[in-house]
Design a protein around this ligand. Structure first.
Ligand code: GZL
Length: 326
């Protein structure tokens, strides 16, 4: 029903715009303006998320698709409600960034029963039934965590440190980036007796909580109580730096490792305030909309699409113009 009305409206608009009077349908009239994508975005908690939303909006525009976007403001129940509204509206494809990995099976079964394909964008879900989603477009967070660990080993060698005490500021609990960035990092450093993680705290990917976490860690361990800060995203790292840089007695060679690669973090790397920025691109919109095109044109798609990513570190030539943030 909705599609029929949408098609009539679209055709009426096109006839009006192109002056056609019921002539043979042109290529233009067959454009994708009748494709509607339902997109549940998890929030606006960081520069990464804001850039990710912009990437989705621009890509939908470039592909000529309608985009129904709902922002859940970090509430899973709002994402579930949004997905149900997309089902009721009979969108062509549902895309969402699951704030946490669990609790999606029921609503995704409803999408499957409605015959609407679901693309996971940015984060994964934990389910026994992977037929509940068609594809995942997002980073390999485990590899990102490993990159952070590999950098730290190289840095410890360069500093000739025999022991390094690490504090970890984690992203949203039960989210894929938090779990995998932690696991990847631990799998690398746990092989090396020089490293001890003395604390791991929840910063929920928020700058304000990054500040709070750092205040608590300094109160608990003292300004010279740790040698490394490993933070799961730039927002929390920048919040932590706001506190660290106002604190007396912090070691000059404190090592700060962050993930995402937003401009402020890369600028902080260039200024010597951060030592390593592991990249995580927010620009997933084009990959998602390419999948929407494949799916709505009846073609098969792969299950996983992960972007190529690297890291910028203080071992690099930071004057290289390619060293830049998003
Ligand atoms: C990673 C993304 C994370 C970013 C944070 O793909 O889910 O969420 O690392 C963002 O900045 O809040």
């Amino acid at each position: 029903m909705r599609k029929g009305i949408a098609m009539i409206l679209a055709l009426a608009l096109l006839l009006g715009l192109t002056g056609c009077s019921g002539k043979q349908e042109t290529e233009k009239e067959k454009d994708d303006s009748s494709i509607v994508v339902g997109f549940s975005q998890l929030g606006a908690e960081s520069s990464w998320r804001i850039a990710n939303t912009a990437s989705m909006e621009q890509a939908a525009k470039d592909f000529g698709y309608g985009l129904m976007m709902e922002n859940a403001n970090q509430k899973q129940e709002k994402q579930i409600d949004a997905i149900r509204s997309f089902i009721a509206y009979q969108v062509d494809v549902i895309v969402f960034s699951p704030i946490v990995e669990t609790g999606w099976d029921n609503v995704l079964k409803e999408a499957k029963q409605a015959g609407i394909p679901v693309i996971l964008m940015d984060r994964m879900i934990n389910t026994q039934d992977d037929s509940l989603y068609t594809a995942y477009v997002g980073a390999d967070f485990y590899a990102e965590g490993r990159r952070a660990g590999e950098y730290l080993i190289r840095k410890a060698d360069a500093l000739e440190k025999a022991q390094m005490r690490i504090v970890e500021i984690c992203g949203t609990a039960d989210s894929t980036p938090m779990r995998d960035r932690q696991q990847g990092f631990m799998d690398v450093i746990s092989q090396d007796s020089r490293f001890t993680v003395i604390d791991s705290v929840d910063g929920d990917f928020l700058r304000s909580k990054g500040e709070e976490c750092m205040r608590d860690l300094l109160a608990k361990y003292g300004s010279d109580g740790f040698d490394v800060v490993y933070s799961h995203n730039d927002a929390m790292t920048l919040g932590a730096l706001d506190v660290l840089e106002k604190t007396e007695g912090v070691p000059k060679d404190l090592v700060v490792i962050t993930v995402d690669g937003e401009k402020d973090a890369v600028d902080a790397l260039k200024a010597g305030r951060i030592n390593c920025v592991v990249q995580c691109t927010p620009n997933l919109g084009i990959s998602v909309m390419r999948l929407v095109k494949e799916l709505t044109e009846g073609r098969g798609v792969l299950k996983t699409y992960s972007p190529e990513e690297g890291a910028f570190t203080d071992f690099d030539d930071l004057t290289d113009p390619r060293v830049e943030g998003f």
